[in-house]
Design a protein around this ligand. Structure first.
Ligand code: ADP
Ligand code: MG
Length: 298
């Protein structure tokens, strides 16, 4: 069962005291890899026996992992907290099927009371490391990695801030409505990943749209995506959206020029190979930086 399935199952049967324990543990994740029971008791305001009972319940549903050396919140535990908060804010009323299970995130469909469709991105940085460690060592079943939960919280914050900055500037990125913990709630985009698209009616227009969008992000937003490629562009005929921003850097970053050129090279290389159209890197980078108004694609 996936982390999200554990979390959604738990939501149905959760009792208030379970939440108190989960929230207390969440407050302590940056201080402890394994949290002592008396700390959970102190922060939650519940007595030790009650905390022990709640940890037993939460352990059975995989939201926490308990060991002699202390107790850890799992990614399913953080998923449950995030989902519950989105539901309490009435932003989401149901979640649906996974849309994508990647190396670094799980994306699921969600709807609100009005039936509007959303995508929720749950960060999963470290998941691969966790599996690799677990494969190698028996004892790693007690390894949960609060460190990774904190890394995921930070990544979600950074991407959410990027999306909130870029969208009002007219940069085509998903419209992010909320962030809860390591989860970003975004409008669901229609279209396919550019890497999955074999034919386009107007590839030159699509390439021009992408370059224009990178220019807007750079000149108005002052940001470089740093992972721009056919795998992070959703395309719907001619319209495109640039997704996946947690690794962006500011224009003022010492490596921003190199990183911008690397992004542009990825895109130009893809269009050259798949659609046989060409555009020189130098002309493109001058255009994106606002140093020239001319962009020839041939
Ligand atoms: N707002 C969205 N609407 C529809 N699909 C999305 C949306 N955001 C992401 N996706 C899908 O989820 C996949 C993973 O998202 P992405 O942000 O690239 O995360 P990762 O870090 O896992 O690559 C994308 O390739 C895309 O197919
Ligand atoms: Mg991606």
């Amino acid at each position: 069962m996936s982390s999200l399935e554990h979390a959604t199952r738990f939501l149905v049967e959760a009792e208030p005291e379970d939440w108190w324990v989960l929230h207390a543990m969440e407050k302590l994740i940056s201080s402890y890899e394994r949290i002592p029971i008396d700390q959970i008791s102190r922060v939650s305001g519940l007595d030790k026996d009650e905390v022990e009972f709640r940890l037993g319940r939460l352990g059975n549903t995989m939201l926490v992992i308990c060991s002699e050396s202390g107790h850890s919140l799992t990614s399913a535990g953080l998923d449950a907290i995030a989902l519950n908060s989105l539901a309490k804010r009435k932003l989401v009323s149901a979640i649906g099927k996974p849309m994508s299970t990647g190396k670094e995130s799980d994306i699921v469909k969600a709807i609100d009371d009005l039936g509007k469709e959303y995508a929720i991105k749950f960060y999963r940085l470290g998941r691969i490391n966790f599996r690799a460690v677990r494969k190698k060592c028996e004892y790693a079943s007690s390894f949960t990695g609060h460190h990774w939960l904190v890394v995921n919280l930070e990544a979600a914050k950074k991407e959410y801030d990027a999306l909130r900055r870029l969208h009002p500037l007219g940069v085509p990125v998903p419209e992010a409505t909320a962030r809860e913990r390591h989860a970003i709630l975004m409008k669901k985009l229609g279209g396919s990943l550019l890497s999955d698209i074999k034919t386009l009616d107007h590839p030159v227009r699509v390439l021009r749209n992408i370059i224009e969008s990178a220019k807007l992000a750079y000149t108005l937003g002052g940001m470089v995506n740093c992972d721009l490629s056919e795998h992070n562009i959703i395309c719907n005929g001619e319209k495109i959206w640039m997704i996946d921003w947690p690794q962006y850097v500011e224009k003022g970053h010492p490596n921003s020029s190199k990183l911008l050129d690397r992004d542009l090279l990825n895109i130009l290389g893809f269009f050259r190979k798949r659609f046989m159209i060409d555009c020189k890197l130098e002309a493109t980078t001058f255009y994106v930086r606002g140093w020239s108004d001319r962009l020839e694609i041939f």
